[in-house]
Write a protein that binds this ligand. Structure first.
Ligand code: HEC
Ligand code: HEC
Ligand code: HEC
Ligand code: HEC
Length: 291
């Protein structure tokens, strides 16, 4: 039999073409799945919320209610505070006690915080910081940029810096750290060198709005290359003023606990305008709460 070389060449070209098409189609599908998945983390969380809720539902009425739940971006808009928070798009069961043992972001909120501060009136970022409008975990939690973030979420005791916007610093045991920071500020005589609300020295910068500073407003020196977080900067600066650069500030040789308390207090000093109906009148004789 005579082999037709021309035909063979044609088959080869055709199969190369076919393979490339298959490859392209697969890449496209992979790419779409990746993008789709990436953009709808919140939708996946809401789907699991629906699943878990319907498994937990006992009555037909409860089942019916959860069937009606619509998966979409959920947000709280609070005109008075000028805030729009979408945190509950993922933390969708934050106010449902029965979710307390379900893993994040579906875990219910610890403590009495949401009972004392109804979600529709307070939202989340007024206490937690972070970027309210964001719909990805990283941007919402303020970790989207590698080196520091513009809207860092406050962690651990640093959340207490927010309580000071509306409550006297020493109101509750939950505000004992910020209360301590305020007392230390007077004890160490920080205002010998720093102005706070118009009174104080001028050897160091005015601290009246220190809590509004972004990571790029402070000096990191030339040696440091890690994540840039303003809370951490403050703690290190107080423990050792020359931690990042040669500082002119006095070294009080303070321990981490005191440095942290001072940092929490500093972070509460923000020029945020809080409407009077949100500000709680100072309580008298409550300072015994804090030892
Ligand atoms: C796109 C989904 C998503 C959004 C939007 C989101 N979160 Fe989260 N959140 C998560 C996930 C997932 C976790 C658990 C894993 C982690 O910490 O990254 C979590 C954990 C947390 C924690 C536990 C502490 C921690 O760091 O582990 C807090 C506090 C929190 N979120 C607050 C917020 C606040 C406040 C907002 C709004 C500004 C918000 N979240 C918006 C998904 C989200
Ligand atoms: C009044 C202030 C306040 C408000 C408003 C608030 N939180 Fe919190 N939240 C806190 C404090 C303080 C803690 C830490 C409590 C603790 O550890 O006992 C906390 C803890 C959390 C945790 C658990 C963190 C962990 O490490 O386990 C999550 C998640 C969370 N908050 C999400 C939210 C979301 C979402 C909203 C909005 C619906 C919100 N919070 C509103 C003050 C608040
Ligand atoms: C935006 C302002 C605002 C912020 C921020 C805020 N609160 Fe409140 N808080 C209020 C208001 C308003 C009430 C209601 C007071 C009332 O009913 O008398 C309240 C009520 C409370 C109550 C219960 C009422 C009482 O006096 O016993 C506690 C406890 C409390 N807040 C603690 C905190 C803690 C801790 C933080 C920080 C994690 C915090 N709050 C952050 C405004 C705020
Ligand atoms: C002897 C004067 C002096 C005293 C006392 C002092 N500081 Fe400072 N502080 C400075 C100077 C000067 C700077 C400017 C930057 C530098 O040299 O570190 C500074 C910087 C700071 C900064 C960074 C401000 C910014 O905008 O970058 C903070 C926050 C701060 N001090 C807080 C405190 C606190 C809290 C205390 C009390 C524990 C205190 N300082 C005591 C002199 C002082």
């Amino acid at each position: 039999m005579k082999i037709n070389l021309n035909n063979l060449k044609k088959v080869k070209i055709e199969s190369v073409f076919l393979l490339s098409v298959v490859f392209l189609v697969f890449s496209l599908i992979y790419f779409l799945v990746f993008i789709f998945d990436f953009q709808t983390d919140w939708a996946n969380y809401q789907e699991s919320y629906k699943d878990i809720s319907s498994r937990m539902a006992k009555t037909d009425q409860e089942k019916e209610l959860i069937n009606q739940f619509e998966v979409n971006i959920k947000q709280i808009h609070i005109k008075e505070l000028n805030k729009t928070d979408r945190c509950i798009s993922c933390h969708v069961s934050i106010d449902e006690e029965k979710f307390k043992n379900i893993k994040q972001p579906l875990t219910s909120h610890p403590g009495e915080y949401l009972k004392n501060h109804p979600i529709e009136k307070f939202g989340c970022t007024i206490c937690h910081g972070g970027l309210g409008m964001a719909t990805t975990t990283e941007s919402a939690h303020g970790a989207a940029e590698e080196e520091g973030s513009l809207y860092p979420m406050l962690g651990g005791v640093f959340i207490q810096s927010s309580c000071g916007k509306c409550h006297a610093e020493n109101s509750y045991k939950e505000t004992s750290v910020i209360g301590k920071g305020k007392r230390l500020f007077d004890l160490y005589g920080c205002n010998v060198c720093h102005k706070l609300y118009k009174s104080g020295g001028t050897a160091g910068p005015d601290l009246t709005k220190i809590g509004a500073k972004k990571y790029y407003d402070v000096s990191w020196g030339s040696e440091y290359h890690g994540d840039k977080n303003i809370s951490e900067w403050l703690v290190n600066h107080f423990e050792n003023p020359s931690y990042y650069y040669e500082s002119k500030m006095m070294d009080f040789k303070m321990n981490n606990e005191n440095a942290t308390a001072l940092a929490v207090y500093m972070l509460s000093l923000v020029p945020e305008e809080i409407p009077t109906e949100y500000v709680v009148k100072k309580k008298e004789n409550i300072s015994e709460v804090i030892k």
